[in-house]
Design a protein around this ligand. Structure first.
Ligand SMILES: N[C@H](CCC[C@H](N)C(=O)O)C(=O)O
Length: 167
């Protein structure tokens, strides 16, 4: 999946960056609630959150994704809008995510999102570089390799829909 891009202006996000120009565990205000977010581009922008400031570990099944997703997607700090991943941590190598995709909404899976989630989890000290990430469509194995900074994604591909479009 290539290398993650962490420089705030390249993600792109207007959130204040750390000294190394990355946005890791920054506060993002959504409806007067502060969420801790990490921003990662995989060629497309991702905002990853493990929960609100001072809040409990997220329970992603309990989130009202359709209500909150668009508020992240269209937040003023994301000039190109953003994909958003809400993440629950089971162990240092087992995560669960729900995704709200830019321009699409809730989807069953998002490969770049799963990769961005593991990068964010490592940067926040929540997980190891090799994780199983559960998505609504099934699990993916993601490894962010230390030796070359590249991310490997392993998992099945499933047909979920067939259709035709008259042109
Ligand atoms: N579904 C794709 C990513 C699409 C992200 C798209 N919503 C964007 O904003 O670029 C994936 O599995 O990697």
């Amino acid at each position: 999946m290539g290398e993650p891009i962490l420089k705030a202006s390249d993600v792109p996000t207007r959130l204040p960056a750390n000294k190394d120009q990355s946005v890791v565990k920054s506060g993002l205000n959504v409806d007067r609630v502060t969420w801790n977010v990490t921003c990662v581009s995989m060629g497309n922008p991702h905002c990853i959150t493990f929960g609100t400031e001072g809040g409990q570990n997220l329970k992603v099944d309990e989130l009202r994704l359709a209500e909150i997703g668009p508020k992240f997607e269209n937040h003023e700090v994301f000039p190109a809008q953003t994909n958003t991943e809400f993440v629950q941590v089971f162990t240092h190598s087992h995560l669960k995510m729900h995704v709200w995709e830019r321009g699409a909404g809730a989807t069953l899976a998002c490969g770049t999102g799963a990769c961005a989630v593991v990068v964010a989890a490592v940067l926040e000290g929540r997980a190891e570089r090799n994780c199983t990430v559960d998505l609504p469509g099934g699990p993916l194995q993601i490894e962010w390799r230390e030796e070359n900074n590249h991310i490997n994604m392993t998992g099945p591909a499933e047909v979920v829909f067939c259709g035709s479009v008259p042109l």
